[in-house]
Design a protein around this ligand. Structure first.
Ligand code: ZN
Ligand code: ZN
Length: 101
């Protein structure tokens, strides 16, 4: 099965039940909902007027998705309550996937 976002195969070892409902890798689903690295790091046009930062240049779709997930975990893991927020984020993804289908 190919990921609908990055077109790379989803290997059996990479199947995430929630992401699989959307036909995506876990990181690709995260990227499609949470936005690019620049958004997670608050460097994009949403936070800095005129900024055109998005996915890191030179990365494949999947690499950029992984980078977004890593940026989120890096930033979020430093703050208190990270586990609770991650659970809430996970529940939001589930709700979003349910709406997509
Ligand atoms: Zn993918
Ligand atoms: Zn943004």
């Amino acid at each position: 099965m190919l990921c609908v976002r990055c077109d790379e195969p989803i290997l059996p070892s990479e199947v995430n039940p929630v992401a699989a409902m959307a036909g995506m890798h876990q990181e690709c689903l995260f990227r499609s909902i949470a936005g690019p690295v620049a958004h997670i790091e608050h460097r994009c046009g949403c936070f800095i007027p005129g900024s055109s930062e998005g996915d890191p240049p030179g990365m494949t779709v999947r690499e950029a998705a992984r980078a977004a997930l890593e940026a989120f975990e890096r930033l979020d893991g430093l703050k208190p309550g990270a586990l609770e927020r991650r659970t809430a984020a996970y529940n939001r993804w589930c709700a979003q996937v349910a709406r997509l289908n």
